[in-house]
Design a binder for this molecule. Sequence first.
Ligand code: HEC
Length: 113
Amino acid sequence: MNRTTRRMGKGILGLFFGAALAVLALPAEGQGGGEALYKTKCAGCHGADGKGQTAVGKANNIRDLGSADVQAQGDDAIAGIISGGKGKMPAYGKSLKADQIKDLVAYIRTLKK
Ligand code: HEC
């Protein structure tokens, strides 16, 4: 291998990583902040899929967030539960901004069956 081919090799490697990064970054950007927030703040109790199949979820009979019953509630009602809490559900009105709660409601809508 001479110098030129070695440099070319690095260039191709760079292209490869660049493309891989771009592919990884795309889905995260497309779905907005709601999904990321949900995964860090809510999935611990509600489960990554919103079904509530976690220890806390089962102990509290959390309803499946994608179920017709939950989805029948208006955006304001769901946002109200997130910001004000309900039973064992913590209130997030102080730790999250109104926009973030809106993003979460939008994400919960994507869980609809
Ligand atoms: C500590 C566990 C816990 C965490 C964390 C949590 N929840 Fe909950 N959540 C609950 C419980 C328990 C209920 C059921 C409350 C009830 O019906 O008495 C609930 C209910 C809900 C409901 C109402 C569902 C229905 O039955 O109508 C929504 C919407 C909701 N949570 C969204 C969220 C979002 C969004 C987050 C993250 C910001 C979150 N929750 C974080 C425990 C949690």
